[in-house]
Design a protein around this ligand. Structure first.
Ligand SMILES: [Cu+2]
Length: 147
């Protein structure tokens, strides 16, 4: 746990004051991503992605991994309140049940982007589900100070 503390603090600081707005959407079968935004971290800090993930099918889906052309690693994170402090926690998988929308937003679920290559003008991301389905999309990149 000690090992993760700097990251936790970094992320908590980073996630405060973030607003998600975007018109970028992806559409593949009955799984859809909407309002995806990416906020790169300052310096070497990890960035964060927020979005709305809808499963319009009658089958439960489970998100198991996220890949990108412009990042070393992307993790699924959530926030927990522990001892009065918000902490980030990595999830191995994220359930997106039938006919539900899961919202990734500040202080809640998010995708943590490590090793973002800022020279890439577009961050293409692919969500992979346990069922074998995938969705690709490019979140709007929003720098600090912009909404
Ligand atoms: Cu995080």
């Amino acid at each position: 746990m000690k090992r993760n503390l700097p990251l936790i603090l970094t992320c908590c600081l980073f996630l405060s004051g973030i607003f998600a707005t975007s018109q970028v959407a992806a559409d593949t079968s009955l799984l859809t991503v909407k309002e995806a935004v990416f906020r790169p971290g300052v310096g070497a800090r990890p960035g964060v992605v927020f979005l709305k993930l809808t499963n319009a099918s009658d089958l439960n889906q489970t998100l198991i991994s996220v890949q990108s052309n412009a990042a070393d690693k992307i993790e699924i994170h959530t926030h927990d309140m522990k001892d009065g402090m918000m902490r980030m926690r990595r999830l191995d998988a994220l359930a997106v049940n039938a006919n539900e929308t899961v919202i990734l937003k500040p202080h809640g679920l998010h995708l943590m982007v490590f090793g973002y290559t800022a020279s890439e003008t577009e961050l293409r991301m692919t969500l992979s589900f346990e069922s074998g389905e995938q969705i690709s999309f490019s979140p709007e990149i929003i720098a600090y100070g912009n909404k």
